[in-house]
Design a protein around this ligand. Structure first.
Ligand code: SF4
Ligand code: SF4
Length: 468
């Protein structure tokens, strides 16, 4: 793809930095009345405006912040219950022509580059399936010579077709570089789940300094990726920012502007918002990063995003350590990666390749599931919406009218039951079955509850892949 085809008219920039800076220039502590009015709006499951989010970001008063944390927990419970959707990243190529300063895969780093062969893709898929995973995100650097989009769609085909006993990968989300409408159409035809792309930082000047070389240095082309994805027929997109590159408050407000832009132009906001925090990588130290986000501020930003977009999934990766992840999950996270490897071929191979960044939660998938079950969470391997075509505005409709509860909860119980039957020892199975029993009553509709009990029996009798 040549660079002239990446020229975007500056008027397409939907992030208004002047408005964000103006909102951030005020440091006045909001009054209790202001905070309570915003909380009340959130509790009625309305999305918050950029201005209201800016008000919450100004909170310094501990008591007021505590109210925000409590509201985030309540909203999380009322929409997502104690379900946590599980997924794993799969790195398929570390060829990259970009020079992102914070990334171990930047082109100036010298190490043997690798792209997975069909056989290696199948091996990775087998290991992931045997771990119990059904939902993955494939990740690749940007290099249209060594890793064209046709390779990505081919890899998706190989991965979808790899079956192991009762299991297979059921949903493949894709996190690759911003690309053309034509390439998004190819990804759509290859059955992409969600197209995920982080803006890294929405602050244009900082973006330019962190992305000095390569096609990714084009801020506007990167910013408008989701517009082209929508034009290419992908109505399920996930946005995010790499927290620590610039002022986290700026990034949160810009994420909200991105949300508004997608809602206004396409009638459907982001399905997910990811909140990665910058981590150490090859030749990258985080010690002297001016905008490093503290744990307290990180919790604050997750809770505020939960209040701002009650129906948008929040994704947390294994960049965060085990203890902290479990604390943050409470505040509104709805999807967690588990047992992750961030090197190419990392699931099948003990011989370590270069990682994109360092992980902090090194527990196995099983250990994470056990820990979640012990704390009463309900790990879910559900992929039903994507497989029933319930995406984009169809998803938002059931999410906003609350009927999604009658789908998510049964699907979580059934996929957990499959996981316990196929991949767990007796001890974990007993623990998981207790959690299933304790959660059946939380299905709001009597009819759906009865149907779920019937399907759980069918799973125990050997049927698989039942969903609503
Ligand atoms: Fe390449 Fe992505 Fe790393 Fe940038 S962040 S160097 S595009 S792999
Ligand atoms: Fe996600 Fe849809 Fe499954 Fe609910 S039913 S967990 S929204 S895929």
């Amino acid at each position: 793809m040549n660079t002239s085809s990446r020229k975007i008219d500056p008027s397409e920039k939907f992030i208004n930095e002047d408005v964000i800076n103006e909102l951030l220039s005020s440091t006045a502590e909001p009054s209790l009345e202001e905070v309570e009015a915003i909380i009340a709006k959130s509790m009625s499951k309305e999305i918050l405006s950029v201005e209201e989010v800016a008000t919450l970001l100004r909170i310094n008063n501990d008591e007021h912040m505590q109210k925000v944390f409590e509201t985030a927990k309540t909203i999380k419970q009322s929409i997502y219950g104690n379900r946590i959707v599980m997924f794993a990243p799969l790195y398929i190529s570390n060829y990259c022509v970009n020079g992102c300063t914070y990334c171990g895969y930047k082109c100036s780093n010298e190490f043997p580059r690798k792209i997975l062969s069909d056989e290696e893709l199948q091996k990775e898929a087998r290991v992931l399936v045997e771990m119990g995973h059904k939902r993955i995100v494939i990740e690749a650097g940007e290099d249209y010579t060594n890793c064209p989009v046709d390779y990505i769609t081919h890899a998706m085909d190989v991965l979808y077709k790899t079956k192991v006993d009762n299991g297979a990968l059921r949903r493949i989300n894709v996190n690759i570089a911003a690309t053309s409408v034509e390439n998004y159409k190819k990804l759509k035809a290859a059955d992409i789940g969600t197209f995920i792309l982080f803006q890294e930082t929405y602050h244009e000047e900082s973006y330019k300094s962190y992305h000095p070389t390569g096609p990714k240095s084009n801020y506007l082309y990167h910013l408008t990726a989701m517009d082209r994805a929508m034009e290419g027929g992908i109505d399920d997109v996930g946005i995010g920012a790499l927290f620590g590159l610039y002022d986290y408050r700026f990034e949160v407000l810009a994420l909200m502007m991105h949300r508004d832009h997608l809602e206004e132009k396409y009638g459907v906001g982001p399905h997910t918002i990811s909140v990665p925090r910058i981590k150490k990588a090859k030749d990258v130290s985080v010690d002297d990063m001016q905008y490093a986000v503290s744990d307290e501020d990180f919790k604050k930003l997750v809770a505020i995003i939960r209040l701002a977009v009650p129906y948008t999934g929040i994704i947390l990766s294994t960049r965060e350590n085990a203890e902290f992840r479990e604390e943050v999950v409470n505040l509104g996270v709805s999807q967690l990666s588990a047992g992750s490897k961030t090197d190419v071929g990392g699931y099948q191979d003990d011989e370590k390749m270069e990682n994109q960044f360092e992980l902090a939660d090194h527990r196995s998938q099983e250990e994470i599931i056990e820990s979640l079950l012990k704390k009463g969470y309900l790990p879910s391997y559900c992929t039903a919406c994507y497989r029933t075509g319930r995406t984009g505005d169809r998803f938002m409709q059931v999410a906003k009218n609350g009927t999604i509860q009658n789908l998510c909860q049964p699907n979580a119980l059934m996929t957990l039951s499959e996981y316990l039957e196929d991949y767990c020892d007796d001890e974990l199975k007993a623990l998981g079955n207790k959690v299933i029993e304790a959660n059946i009553d939380k299905i709001p509709s009597d009819k759906m509850r009865a149907k779920t009990i019937d399907r759980l029996q069918r799973i125990s009798d050997g049927e698989r892949d039942l969903f609503f």
